[in-house]
Write a protein that binds this ligand. Structure first.
Ligand SMILES: Cc1ncc(COP(=O)(O)O)c(C=O)c1O
Length: 398
């Protein structure tokens, strides 16, 4: 069987790569190892690149539509990876997952309506709610590292969720959850579903990370759990994270309910954005038709990266709390024991450790004192980054 290479370090400079070439703007210096934005450093799978070359051999790139085989590729992937049988007619286009979340939100809410999110959570959710004149209703995850919740002890405060949903028209669910790495269980999803039904709230389920699931955890698509959930949910998926093809701006919304689908489509029609681009369609179809083995091997590699980081931190940096994520290629590091403000922490990491991590406070107040570490990179990069961190910690006597 072919072994894919995740160990080679590829120089990404010169490709207008945000992760490597926007460092001055984000960190005020370009002398950091960039481990921030959720973009992996691995080469996109060779079969996707080949499919791209093949399409390029035809010299005309005019208007195209997404053919039946494109939709069937999505159905096949969802059935094989997530045991969700979907109908091709349920699939709508989106030029990105956040764009899809936004179209879904616009299709089921009015200005002033409340939308629930669960911080610390992917920050563009709050931005899109506010930018579109809706109201952010926070249902913070509770963290109890000694308790029974998943990684890091993060669990849902259902009493608060009940109260927040009573004022809401929509909930943006992030499952798997970025940045905590939780994969919500069937029990949790059914409880969310019951409460959304009680308050007649639409669920917008961002499942962009659903291909990254570490054993023994299992991703369940909330819309697949029962008929009510199928009818009240818009699910967003994409190959962008899984196959490192975010630059193609191609995602899909799965909307089983015909009225909801029409409402979603109507929002897209308002800005005439249905076309997408040829290469995104080729990349998605190829990834979902041929990507199983690549994804399996990537997951093995990422699991080893998780184990490596976790063990290093336990041994060399015990004052940093670190959890093994159930999903994603992101690790959520807790630096609160150092007693620094977020600004001091960021400055220490950039200036003394030479690391460009993701500032935890952007995910909501609950993320203060945390940093998000992107482990979607060759192990040698992580080795170097963690050694730099350990050295800086030692120098400072932390
Ligand atoms: C939970 C989540 N949703 C959406 C996105 C971005 O999706 P897109 O670039 O397709 O809008 C990310 C990227 O990090 C993410 O983590």
């Amino acid at each position: 069987m072919k072994r894919y290479d995740f160990d080679t370090c590829i120089d990404r400079r010169g490709t207008a790569c945000e992760k490597y070439e926007d460092l001055m703007t984000i960190f005020g210096t370009d002398r950091v190892i960039p481990l921030w934005i959720a973009d992996m450093d691995f080469a996109t799978a060779d079969f996707i690149v080949e499919a791209m070359h093949k399409r390029m051999q035809h010299p005309i790139f005019g208007y195209t539509f997404r053919p039946r085989c494109y939709h069937e590729a999505i159905c096949g992937w969802m059935a094989r990876r997530g045991e969700w049988q979907i109908d091709p007619s349920w699939i709508a286009f989106s030029p990105g997952v956040v764009a899809g979340v936004t179209f879904a939100m616009l299709s089921c809410t009015e200005p002033g309506d409340g939308v629930v999110i669960q911080p610390p959570v992917y920050h563009p959710f709050a931005n899109t709610i506010r930018n579109n004149g809706r109201k952010v209703l926070n249902n913070p995850l509770i963290q109890d590292p000694e308790g029974e919740g998943g990684c890091g002890g993060y669990r849902i405060d259902f009493e608060d969720l009940d109260a927040k949903l009573s004022q809401a028209r929509a909930m943006i669910l992030c499952n798997p959850h970025n940045p905590t790495g939780r994969v919500f269980t069937k029990g949790e999803l059914l409880k969310i579903g019951e409460l959304c039904r009680k308050h007649d709230v639409t669920i917008i389920s961002d499942e962009i990370h659903c291909d990254f699931i570490f054993r023994p955890h299992r991703h369940l698509h909330i819309a697949a759990l029962n008929d009510d959930l199928a009818n009240r949910t818009v699910t967003l998926i994409a190959p962008s994270k899984s196959f490192n093809v975010a630059g193609f701006s191609t995602a899909a919304a799965v909307i089983p309910n015909a009225e909801r689908r029409a409402a979603y489509q109507a929002e897209m029609d308002k800005i005439h954005i249905e076309n997408g681009n040829i290469f995104g369609a080729v990349a998605l179809q190829t990834a979902y038709e041929q990507g199983d083995e690549w994804m399996n091997q990537l997951l093995e590699y990422l699991q080893e990266n998780v184990d490596f980081v976790y063990e290093f931190i336990q041994k060399e940096l015990p004052s940093v709390k670190c959890y093994k994520p159930e999903s994603t290629f992101l690790m959520w590091l807790d630096f609160r024991a150092w007693g620094m403000t977020q600004e001091e922490l960021n400055r220490f990491l950039v200036e003394e450790a030479g690391l460009g991590l993701g500032d935890g406070s952007i995910y909501g107040a609950e993320g203060t004192g945390f940093e998000r570490l992107n482990i979607g990179t060759p192990r040698s990069v992580l080795e170097r980054a963690l050694s730099q961190l350990a050295e800086a910690v030692q120098k400072r006597g932390l």
